[in-house]
Design a protein around this ligand. Structure first.
Ligand code: BTN
Length: 258
């Protein structure tokens, strides 16, 4: 993969207008955050064939076999209103789900807050991080790990992880998949910017079949077991538990009953 190939394939105008394409890096999120401190412009993408310290949510590691998948981070600089970052990370998962469905012809589902599943197994995770420069929320780095052509996973995640290739039975061109993700995300991001969160939530509802399900969500501070009621315009999930509605913004979800 190289920056010229990527540039030739992109259909997006803003996302990917600066491309930093690396053979190996500790974490594309870390590199993108560093570039933000140096004034990286909106739409900058940092992409690597290998991450030596790929990070997941909740302090976990992100494992991705060298050269098989997509591991990249995007610099987004909206004038962030409180709560906008949440909808942005839902939009990112939705963009991946839509691009994966388009490429594979399979149904790709979103799992709140921002996993994408194929056949009930995770093929994509997203780590969204705010970047503060001089005490100001200057940017959001959206780090996306999408399993494209990897066919075996470490035992610890072997039962729960999948890839586009495993699900569809054929390999995919990573650059074409990247171009599709960025095109979908650019459209959804324009809805975030213009305040059309309703459109995003409607598309989210059709890609995320969690409403009405009994779940347990571990927020790191507490564990709530209840029924998913809906998703809010700030990206929060509303869970009804013991007759009371709770809004959660981050956490690990286990689906207990459909
Ligand atoms: C998760 O599901 O826990 C989120 C995983 C996010 C992984 C991506 S890969 C590209 C970017 N760089 C990182 O270090 N992490 C994100």
């Amino acid at each position: 993969m190289n920056a010229d190939d990527i540039r030739r394939s992109l259909r997006s105008q803003v996302l990917g207008r600066q491309i930093v394409c690396l053979d190996s890096v500790d974490s594309t999120n870390e590199r993108a955050k560093l570039l933000c401190q140096q004034g990286a412009e909106e739409g900058t993408i940092v992409i690597a064939d290998e991450q030596t310290g790929g990070r997941g949510r909740l302090g976990r590691r992100w494992h991705s076999e060298r050269g098989k998948n997509l591991t990249f981070s995007l610099v987004i600089t909206p004038d962030l209103q409180p709560g906008e970052a949440g909808i942005l990370s839902l939009a990112a998962a939705l963009a991946v789900a839509e691009a994966v469905a388009e490429a594979t012809g399979l149904r790709a589902e979103c799992k709140w807050p921002n996993d994408v599943l194929l056949g009930g197994k995770k093929c994509c995770g997203i780590l969204s991080e705010a970047v503060v420069v001089a005490d100001r929320a200057a940017a959001v780095v959206l780090g996306i790990g999408l399993n494209v052509n990897q066919t075996s996973f470490p035992p610890a995640i072997g039962q729960s992880a999948t890839s586009m290739m495993l699900a569809a039975g054929k390999p995919f061109d990573r650059v074409a998949v990247l171009a599709a993700v960025l095109a979908h995300l650019e459209t959804l991001y324009s809805h975030v910017r213009s305040g059309e969160t309703k459109t995003i939530l409607q598309r989210w509802a059709s890609a995320c079949p969690m409403a009405g399900k009994t779940i347990a969500v571990d927020t790191g501070k507490r564990r709530i077991t209840g029924t998913v009621v809906s998703f809010d315009r700030d990206g929060g999930m509303i869970v009804r538990s013991e007759g009371r509605d709770n809004k959660v913004f981050a956490g690990d979800v286990t689906i207990i009953q459909s």
